[in-house]
Design a binder for this molecule. Structure first.
Ligand SMILES: [Fe+2]
Ligand SMILES: [Fe+2]
Length: 328
């Protein structure tokens, strides 16, 4: 059998094909911000009850799962793009996104260490609520490991274009939902952090859409319908954070959702503005509707997502199917 060329980052190139992608990547510099400079005094265990503290740490640790998969996925995508000689802005844009995700994860880490030290990795629960919060996060991270293994194997199995092209879907949901979290947060740290995170996600959305436009030019109809599948996968993967967990992929404890809701409600009341499930569902619909014509213009059918009332191409996802793309 013929060996596949493993590619090389050298000689590299400084080609600029997509001006939009270049301009989007360039925005990263003036929009740079530091999580270190947030008013951290406002985020302190002494301002909250222990239930409020663990509830905030819970939601931030849930968010951190997706930020971590973002660091890994965009980081390895940057290496793949360089190895396979993609145009220069693609490589730099992907690297910048990987750093954005580090910054978002850093907000989660700092906030957890202030309100609920050691949560989740070295946390010893003392109450039932703490125990359930901890068990939920550990179950999510276990499932996350399954996602990552499949994602990592996808590089050799699927065309790079297909993997890259699915990145933008997460950004649609992320941008809108983080905007809501920022607006609803009464705590200064969370309000400020999520305003900045929303700006990062908006830039990522513009860039990933520019990448998709470029890639779609070279794709067959069949490949485009594979993207619809990826979009559906994206919804399922992000569901514990951006909707409610879909059991097509997520294998979680029986009382997961009950405690998840309880914890989110406490977090919201104590200043971390997590929107309710109904509001999240509406936000998804609105966000997809806003981008629908653009996606369809590229010849990519929007998948049907019954859970939020979205009509589109029927895509069947069997229980236990690999979910391979779409980091946050
Ligand atoms: Fe992020
Ligand atoms: Fe993102």
């Amino acid at each position: 059998m013929e060996e596949k060329d493993p590619g090389n980052v050298f000689p590299g190139n400084w080609d600029v094909v997509s001006e939009t992608l270049l301009r989007t990547y360039e925005l990263w510099f003036p929009q740079n911000w530091s999580p270190v400079d947030l008013p951290w005094e406002a985020c302190d265990a002494k301002n909250f009850s222990s239930d409020e503290a663990v509830a905030q740490a819970y939601w931030l640790s849930k968010l951190a799962l997706f930020e971590k998969s973002g660091i890994g996925a965009f980081g390895s995508a940057a290496v793949q793009a360089a190895t396979h000689n993609f145009e220069d802005p693609t490589k730099k844009f992907l690297s910048a996104v990987a750093f954005d995700e580090c910054r978002h994860d850093e907000v989660c880490r700092r906030a957890c260490s202030r309100v609920c030290p050691n949560f989740p990795y070295k946390f010893k629960p003392k109450t039932t609520l703490e125990e359930k919060a901890h068990a939920n996060i550990m179950a999510l991270y276990d499932n996350g490991a399954r996602y990552w293994s499949a994602f990592n194997q996808a590089w050799g199995k699927y065309p790079l274009e297909l993997i890259f092209s699915s990145f933008f879907f997460a950004e649609i949901g992320a941008q809108l939902i983080f905007k809501e979290v920022g607006e609803r947060s009464t705590n200064k740290v969370y309000a400020g952090a999520f305003k900045n995170i929303t700006r990062d996600e908006s830039r990522q959305l513009t860039g990933t859409l520019a990448m998709l436009e470029r890639l779609a030019e070279r794709m067959s109809k069949e490949e485009k319908s594979m993207i619809s599948r990826q979009l559906k996968h994206g919804f399922i993967y992000l569901s514990p954070l951006l909707f409610k967990p879909m059991n097509d992929f997520w294998k979680l404890p029986g009382d997961f959702f009950e405690y998840d809701q309880k914890l989110e409600e406490i977090a919201a009341k104590s200043g971390l503005g997590v929107p309710k499930v109904e509001d999240r569902s509406e936000a998804w619909m609105k966000a997809i509707t806003r981008h629908r014509s653009k996606i369809e213009e590229l010849g990519i059918p929007v998948p049907e997502i019954k859970e939020i009332g979205l009509a589109g191409l029927e895509v069947s996802v069997k229980k236990g199917d690999e979910i391979i793309a779409t980091p946050l």
